[in-house]
Every structure is written in C-alpha cells, then in structure tokens.
Design a protein. Structure first.
Length: 154
C-alpha cells in the first residue's frame, strides 16, 4: 500500500507525518513489507521543511542528516506520487479540493483514517509560539499511532 500524506505546503504537517509514520511502519514486521510512505503539498510552494518541524522531528530522535535530506514536493512537480498512491491522506477536507478528480477517489483525512470521524487538523505554520506548535505535532502523532493500529488490524 502506498500512502501519501498531503498538506498545504509540504513544510509542516505532511513531512512530520511522513517521518513519524514511516518509523511506525518500520517497527511492524508485517506492515514494513507492504507499506510505503511519502508526502507532498497541494497549494503553497514553500520548498523546504519549516524549522519548527525540523525541531519537532529532532525531538522525536531523527538525525539532522535525515531531516536535511527531505525535499518538499507538490502535486504539479511530482504528480506520480499522487497517481501511485493507494490512499491520499490530508489534514483537512479542503486539501481534497486541490486534487484532480481521479485522485479525489483515494482521498481521506488523517482523523477519518485513524478514528472514522472527521476533525480538521489546524495548520501549525500560523502558530508563532513553539509550545503550541509542538502540541500540534503531538496531535498528529496521536492520529498516526491510531492509523498504524488500524492498518495493523486489517
């Protein structure tokens, strides 16, 4: 299964999801054989991971080299990521509006994938303070752990 996490700019939420979910999958012998994880943006070309996301990932134990190897991509620069994805997971329902019709069929939100119920995940990019930003990353991590458990039971 190819999973693609998307957000507006591929700078905050989706790269965090890519890193953390890839590690969650790698820890499961069965899922690690069948699941690939990537990320992309659908709206604002920022071309780089936000420094606060880098900090959050470093707190998760990712190395500076791993984090700095990340390259942002977008629906118009890497359409193959969207075509090849079995599921496209956005942070809000609005992300689905920026997808081609054929890609929308594969779209869901992270909260729906994890819990079956929709809850928008606000963009932490708009949060200037570090503590609320990191809290937003913790919310993402909780949903990612729930989604990994869902995949593990299927």
């Amino acid at each position: 299964m190819n999973i693609l996490f998307i957000c507006s700019s591929n700078a905050c939420r989706s790269p965090y999801c890519e890193f953390v979910f890839r590690r969650l999958i790698a820890a499961d012998p069965e899922l690690s054989k069948t699941v690939t994880v990537r990320s992309a943006g659908v709206l604002n070309p920022v071309f780089g991971m936000d420094h606060r996301t880098k900090h959050a990932l470093s707190l998760e134990g990712f190395s500076e080299a791993e984090i700095n190897a990340f390259r942002s991509c977008f629906s118009w620069t890497h359409p193959s990521r969207f075509r090849e994805a079995d599921v496209i997971i956005g942070m809000t329902k609005s992300h689905g509006r920026f997808l081609l019709p054929s890609w929308r069929k594969k779209f869901t939100t992270l909260s729906e994938a994890a819990t079956g119920t929709y809850t928008a995940i606000p963009d932490p990019w708009f949060e200037p303070r570090r503590k609320p930003y990191l809290k937003a990353m913790d919310i993402l991590k909780g949903y990612l752990e729930q989604y990994a458990a869902v995949l593990n039971t299927n």
